[in-house]
Design a protein around this ligand. Structure first.
Ligand SMILES: O=C(O)[C@@H](CO)OP(=O)(O)O
Length: 203
């Protein structure tokens, strides 16, 4: 039983991400096509039965590309979204710098919300809950299924901290999560363990 976590392909530069609904650029589509083709060719090594995607456009674009190769439907979910950065989501960096100078993820206090968005602590709790729910469901109901989750760098970083038993804060250095990098989490001997970190064999 495995959970595959994929970060979406490359998206537009020059804008604040978070809950931005901007999609992939050409390179992001190419990376996603390559991952889809690789997974199709290597189905015995990477058997995937279900695809769940963050419902933000850059993740959905990535998931739809992969799903086309694997002939699977995409289930979209708001739970796997990046941190909610409220009013600055998708805004050009230049405008954010004028209107909200110094407002960055790592500059927030752990309990301080982005204007109209989440605090780092709320983001952490959402991902902790979402991972807990998925891993419990996998154990109890879907234990014969491997699920792929298409999500975001910030989310994958929280999952790493949870699985490695490390304290997470918004000041920590992030674990590597490249665009379309693949992370495999397997259940063995009563616990979930990372067995592939940022796999990029498809690129
Ligand atoms: O919100 C963002 O811009 C980044 C932060 O890690 O996430 P991603 O590009 O993976 O969505």
């Amino acid at each position: 039983m495995a959970i595959y976590l994929i970060r979406h392909g490359t998206d537009e530069e020059g804008f604040r991400g978070g809950w931005s609904q901007r999609g992939l650029v050409v390179e992001g589509y190419r990376q996603s096509e390559k991952l889809g083709a690789y997974l199709k060719e290597n189905q015995s090594g990477f058997p995937i039965h279900r695809i769940v995607s963050s419902d933000l456009q850059r993740a959905l674009d990535t998931a739809n590309e992969i799903a086309g190769f694997l002939k699977l439907p995409v289930e979209s979910s708001g739970h796997w979204r990046e941190m909610n950065n409220g009013v600055i989501a998708g805004m050009p960096n230049e405008i954010v710098n004028e209107r909200f100078p110094g407002l960055y993820f790592s500059s927030l206090r752990m309990d301080e919300r982005y204007p109209g968005g989440e605090s780092p602590l709320e983001f952490y709790s959402r991902i902790q809950e979402t991972l807990k729910r998925l891993s419990e469901e996998q154990i109890s109901k879907n234990h014969l299924e491997n699920v792929m989750i298409v999500t975001h760098g910030g989310v994958i970083n929280i999952v790493y901290h949870l699985l490695k038993g490390l304290e997470w804060t918004n000041k920590n250095k992030a674990f590597p999560a490249s665009n379309t990098g693949m992370h495999k989490v397997e259940y063995a001997n009563g616990q979930w363990e990372l067995t592939l970190e940022n796999g990029l064999a498809h690129l």
